[in-house]
Ligand binder design. Sequence first.
Ligand code: URA
Length: 441
Amino acid sequence: MLQAESPFNPVALIAKKRDGGRHTPAELHQLIERFMAGDVADYQLSAWLMAAVLQGLNRAETVALTEAMLASGDVLKLASVSAPKVDKHSTGGVGDKISLCLAPAVAACGVAVPMMSGRGLGHTGGTLDKLEAIPGYRVALDAREFERVVQRCGVSMIGQSDRLAPADRRIYALRDVTATVESIPLIVASILSKKLAEGIDALVLDVKVGRGAFMRDLPSARRLARALVNVGGQAGKRVVALLTDMSAPIGRSIGNALETKEALQVLHGQGPDDTRELTLLLGSEMLRIAGAARTASAGRARVARALDSGAAFKHFARMVEAHGGDVRCIHDPARLPQSRHRVSVTSARSGNVQRCDALELGLVATLLGAGRTRADQKVDPAAGIELAVKPGERVERGQPLAWLHVDEPALAERFVQRVRNAFSLGSRAGRQRPLLLGRVG
Ligand code: URA
């Protein structure tokens, strides 16, 4: 532990940040350590968080906060895994099932992927909920089991454990209810403290931009990406960030079992073009940063081969089995949870799809049961939305725009008009926005 220059006084630290002062690394280490020990009350840390949101943290402070949060728990070594270890983290989106296709595809190319994922909250989905749509899949493995699965299968996807960066879990819960989530330094410390605890060598970030994302515009997404890349680099990791579009949902499904099914299509070399394309973009970066491909195009070709040859699917099947999941469901996706009804949302007129609002569709999918509005809610694995059309495509009057997957048709009826309004139609040819909007690192 670093020593503070003066006796620890949380009120003085709050006042220092409130008045625009700069913290020393020792002060930040003590703040987090004493908070975890119960010597700093939740209301005091909340006051400090608000001061940090309003006054900002500079690069050195962000690095020190990240390190202090990382030091609140264990750091995995994964010493028995000899392959380079790379993870991917997405800042959260709608229809984002990419981890399920990407992690096994990269593992099939000889790069180990120890992946710690989150649950959906608000309008965004979470990888853990999608994996749990596979009956029996255990997301809670202890460190030894996690290492064993990574060693054996090249990939393991688990939930955040109490032992890795526990400070983030407690601080995030406070940020969630004190309007202090929207701060680049706090987001950076939160994401990187968890990722650095996984024992990885390198990290690829998918920073989402657009109406369905935390970062609504390109300049703020670029600022977040730069901060993540810089602080990750200072912590001794190779980090690259891609800025990708989140104005429309990824692929054609929103909801846990529906998205797992789509990920399985991609793992068989099929599936929607954008889901596959994002898998190839991120996969090629992961191979490059791991030193397993010299150029992005060589990496892309290898990931494509892993998907098309069935090697990626085999890695996924092996991982599901190691996690106790019912592999029959992934060989036969019809066995995954299915809702009792599929309600059509038809178009009121003919036209070309100009826009398909990711935020609105994510919110409706959540309210259908696919997500949570409170952290303690259970999700319905079968609920969700299947898209019939996407930007750039044409729909005729009376033809479906989407289907709502629900057990109770009355629930779906409440949202039909909202889903219809989420699609904007026009006479000019619609076009899909490019997926890749930038790269940092
Ligand atoms: N995701 C995280 O893990 N932390 C944040 O603060 C925001 C998004």
